[in-house]
Design a protein around this ligand. Structure first.
Ligand code: 6PG
Length: 479
């Protein structure tokens, strides 16, 4: 507790686990933290449980909450993204003054953030949409933080966020992403890459299981992979989840979990945005659709009843070779997903004039967030060394993909022949082969479009748009 005259450097509205952990994180770094929750009992519970951890100013009303904050006031809203955020903004802004800062730490859609930022800017208030990644533990011990909003607001807010963020060699995993919705956009794409990462991991598990490895054996494989260039949070926890034995049945827990993946929507938003921006993110799209298909019981029942195919038995003579091939496929597909996600951020940054620094994005994703991985230091270095059209053209990345591709192709071919679905591995490989192809069958697509819709086509040998008189003498005219 703190004396009533003290002023808080930051205030948190919304004291569910994420909000209260974030408040505790600020307090553990020596900041005085104002607290408010619509249900006062929640605030009281938090003070009983954690009040001794640091300097908290628990406020029963929003007015008292705002009054306890030093200027410029920094108000962090930690409520479920959606209408609730707008409601809290409307309630709290009445008590704020020009120059004060409202921060939305939820997984809001970046277009909502752009709308809110514009409206509040007109009222003299700063609105900062920030991604906060790392789950409940990250909020408490050090998340990766991706703030947007005005550069001016970052001057007042950034040092506190950097203070509580995860660190790599002392460097905070927090940096100014760009104006208005840039922060929430970067977080959205982080989640899109997270979906793809998790899909590839699931496919690796599926292929190795089809080859006869038990969950415990696959767990050991992932534990070993986590010591090399696949070193990452998701690989690490995969080993933990696969090792877990279900107390009720004595079976591996993963074998008694319902095989229908759910999704709160950030992966879907990533793909919707990519379609609007015209950025191919087929690995992320396949991971979203894989979740949708898994969660479609009627479709799957009909498929199981009607469709024949191989029985998934993967006959392998040399298990270690298969394990090595799957590792190569997993690493390669992961690189493609990062390349696609970062391409989407770069394209959005150009579209919305955000000026996002991709090397900075990779730098702050190195720790704290769900996709934290050793690979991100390498990606940071490649983008810091010079602008890339795609991560795949970075010399060392391209060389490693070149060496890994035979194994990658073997895994896709083996799985496909055995009837083991690998939509993620396949999509990543198709993207790899598409972007490197000197000639694509899109030419035939253009011919077909011109045949039925007179949509015209270009020619390889001269500029202009052309149309063939398909229903006439089939001569070609310049459009
Ligand atoms: C994070 C997580 C977090 C949330 C996931 C779950 O960065 O800390 O990504 O945002 O746990 O978004 O989302 P799904 O339910 O869509 O998988």
């Amino acid at each position: 507790m703190t004396s009533s005259t003290a002023k808080a450097q930051v205030g948190v509205i919304g004291l569910a686990v994420m909000g209260s952990n974030l408040a505790r994180n600020f307090a553990s770094h020596g900041h005085t933290v104002a607290l408010y929750n619509r249900t006062t009992a929640r605030t009281d519970e938090m003070m009983v449980a954690y009040g001794a951890e640091g300097a908290f100013l628990a406020a029963p009303t929003l007015e008292e909450f705002v009054d306890s904050l030093e200027r410029p006031r920094r108000v962090i809203i930690m409520v479920k993204a959606g209408m609730g955020t707008d409601a809290v903004i409307e309630q709290v802004k009445e008590h704020l003054e020009p120059g004060d800062i409202i921060v939305d730490g939820g997984n809001a859609h970046f277009e909502d953030t752009r709308r809110r930022e514009k409206a509040l800017r007109a009222e003299g208030l700063h609105f900062v949409g920030t991604g906060i990644s790392g789950g409940e533990e990250g909020a408490l011990k050090g998340p990766s933080i991706m703030p947007g909003g005005s550069r001016e607001s970052y001057e007042a807010l950034g040092p506190l966020l950097e203070d509580i963020s995860a660190k790599v060699d002392g460097e905070p995993c927090c940096a100014y992403m760009g104006p208005d919705g840039a922060g929430h956009f970067v977080k959205m794409v982080h989640n899109g890459i997270e979906y793809a990462d998790m899909q590839f991991i699931a496919e690796a598990y599926d292929v190795l299981s089809a080859a006869g490895l038990s969950a415990a054996e696959v767990s050991d494989v992932f534990r070993e992979w986590n010591t090399g260039d696949l070193d990452s949070y998701l690989i690490e926890i995969t080993s933990e989840v696969l090792d877990q034995v279900d107390a009720a049945t004595g079976r591996p827990l993963v074998e008694v979990i319902t095989d229908a993946a759910e999704q709160k929507g950030t992966g879907r938003w990533t793909v919707q945005s990519a379609l609007e921006l015209g950025v191919p993110v087929n690995t992320i799209a396949e991971s979203v659709f894989a979740r949708s298909t898994s969660g479609h019981p009627a479709l799957r029942s009909a498929g199981q009843a009607a469709l024949s195919g191989p029985d998934r038995a993967l006959e392998v003579t040399d298990r270690q070779s298969l394990v090595d091939d799957v590792r190569a496929a997993l690493w390669s597909a992961k690189v493609v997903a990062y390349a696609q996600g970062l391409d989407q951020i770069r394209t959005a940054s150009e579209t919305y004039d955000w000026g996002v620094d991709i090397a900075e994005v990779a730098r702050i994703w190195r720790a704290g967030c769900i996709i934290r991985a050793r690979l991100l230091e390498r990606i940071r270095g490649e983008y810091a060394a010079g602008d890339l059209t795609t991560l795949l053209e970075a010399e060392s990345i391209a060389a490693e993909l070149g060496q890994a591709q035979d194994a990658w192709r073997r895994v896709v071919a083996l799985a496909t022949t055995a009837g083991v679905p690998v939509p993620g591995f396949s999509a990543a490989l198709a993207y790899y082969d598409t972007v490197r192809a000197p000639r694509l069958p899109a030419a035939l697509v253009q011919g077909l479009r011109d045949f039925f819709g007179a949509h015209t086509y270009g020619r390889t040998d001269r500029p202009g748009a052309f149309h063939t008189l398909w229903s006439g003498d089939r001569s070609e005219v310049e459009a």
